[in-house]
Write a protein that binds this ligand. Sequence first.
Ligand SMILES: [Zn+2]
Length: 191
Amino acid sequence: MSMQFCPECGGPLVPHVVAGQRRNHGWCPACHAPRYESPMIVVTCFVASGPRLLWIRRALPPKAGLWAIPGGYLEGGEGLAEGAARELREETGVVLAPDNLQLYMTGTLTFINQIYVGFRATVDTDFSLAGAESLDCGFFSREECPWDQVAYPEVNDAIEQAYRDLETDTFEVWHAEMTGASYTLRPVATR
Ligand SMILES: [Zn+2]
């Protein structure tokens, strides 16, 4: 529990104890309500044109100037694919309907308190246009990719997997579990 004060009333929180067990979130005695520190949800989209994937060069901190797969935080009231399509549109100018995005990767990133949901899509052209949150964007093959300038090398394995899937034209749905100490990426059983 790292949140110290109630976001509603500003009063101090105490640990929430449920059935004698201390849980990993706070309790506001003034509001008589639990105060969760739920993970933020990050939605991304792997857009392929032939063997190339669409990348953006981040304009905003953190990691400004470095390259990433287009994505961002899900907004309240937004569907997962809807949010991924919005981030894609904002960052790259590539307009795809949420229905055209297929679920591709999910993950828990406990060390940064985030849930990750990645979609995939294919396009016919290499068109992209950097938006307000990106300095640049473009489609890169695995060889063309600026691997020494990526924003989140922690997830390079997942991106390498996406390139392998493109090369073999076989797409599993993947699930990643990342903690500060370990990392696994496994296909979700689909049959
Ligand atoms: Zn309160």
